[in-house]
Design a binder for this molecule. Structure first.
Ligand code: BDR
Ligand code: CA
Length: 317
């Protein structure tokens, strides 16, 4: 059993990742979920997380964190995720509880309270995680690794060179990449291969309650992806959870990766020293390939499993 903390900014692909983790609690012990300003403002992504967890009748502690990047202004992504950050499905309003602690102290407490090491699944700008590592260095030894969606060695999506999560808060990303904690990077190199097709999305919409909700959300995300040239939808953040569940369906390479905090063209660029003679410590396992068929099957099966759950029974798979 892995103990995980999910830091996210839902976000359609964040939502699919949360759902898949929730469906697989026999393998992933979700110690908590934290939100960070990213795809939309902190209040919107937190509301989205509350709506999603309320829909599931979940009992997972939720904390909201930083409104925006360490030193820059938040740049949200309404063009991909809509004005609400998770457009495409109208959730019934429910009062899902939010802890009174900030995400950063919440993360610290959950990590230090856990008897075993904890994995952080990071799916948004790395602001909360960077603060956690800087303000509470005691947590370092208790973190087994950080599996993050961000970056890309070959290209960007927010700019030519930078991926959104890293571009939004490059200073935070730099802190995390230099932390010395084992890192797995699910960047655009792999996440743009981890796609779901329109037909596969449509198949969700004829199934049960959770599949239909996921299908409606993904339909919105699929349509918005067309403006960026996608014919299938990349399930970026889902790669983090899929990697934790089935690492064998991914391939990757260890590289020394750095983050550019320069202003201008290279802001948020993640770059690797790929020389055979490169002598710097290889600090990141960069995912490059995924078995797409199995990746999508894992997702669809997870949604089908949640369709069969009533109230909290899915906790005991
Ligand atoms: C990342 O940016 C966000 O829009 C997605 O949720 C994902 O975390 C992809 O670049
Ligand atoms: Ca995200």
């Amino acid at each position: 059993m892995k103990h995980i903390l999910i830091d996210c900014d839902p976000g359609h692909d964040d939502a699919m990742a949360i759902l898949t983790a929730y469906a697989n609690q026999d393998k992933l012990n979700i110690l908590g979920i934290t939100t960070v300003g990213g795809n939309q403002t902190l209040s919107k992504v937190t509301k989205n997380a509350q709506n999603l967890l309320g829909f599931l009748n979940a009992k997972i502690p939720l904390a909201s964190g930083q409104e925006g990047p360490l030193i820059r202004k938040l740049q949200a992504a309404p063009e991909a995720h809509g004005e609400g950050g998770l457009d495409g499905y109208s959730f019934e309003e429910k009062e899902y509880p939010l802890t009174s602690r900030n995400a950063v102290t919440f993360l610290r407490d959950r990590i230090l309270q856990c008897e075993e090491q904890v994995t952080i699944a990071a799916m948004g700008p790395l602001t909360n995680i960077a603060l956690l590592l800087k303000v509470f260095p005691k947590v370092h030894s208790k973190i087994e690794r950080i599996v993050l969606m961000g970056g890309g060695l070959s290209h960007g999506n927010c700019t030519e060179l930078a991926e959104f999560n890293i571009y939004v808060d490059p200073e935070a990303a730099k802190i995390v990449f230099q932390s010395g904690i084992p890192l797995v990077m699910a960047g655009l190199d792999v996440t743009e291969k981890a796609v779901i097709t329109e037909v596969e999305i449509e198949s969700l919409r004829n199934k049960g309650r959770v599949s239909r909700m996921a299908g409606d959300l993904m339909k919105f995300y699929y349509e918005s992806g067309k403006q960026f040239g996608f014919t299938d939808s990349p399930m970026h953040d889902l790669c983090v959870i899929a990697y934790l569940l089935e690492p064998e369906i991914f391939q990757g390479t260890y590289w020394h990766v750095e983050v550019s905090t320069e202003n201008g063209k290279t802001r948020g660029l993640t770059y690797a020293d790929c020389r055979l003679s490169g002598s710097q410590e290889k600090n990141v396992f960069v995912l490059e390939e995924v078995n797409r068929q199995r990746f999508v099957q894992l997702f669809l099966q997870s949604m089908e499993y949640l369709d069969t759950c009533h109230e909290n029974t899915c906790v005991n798979k």
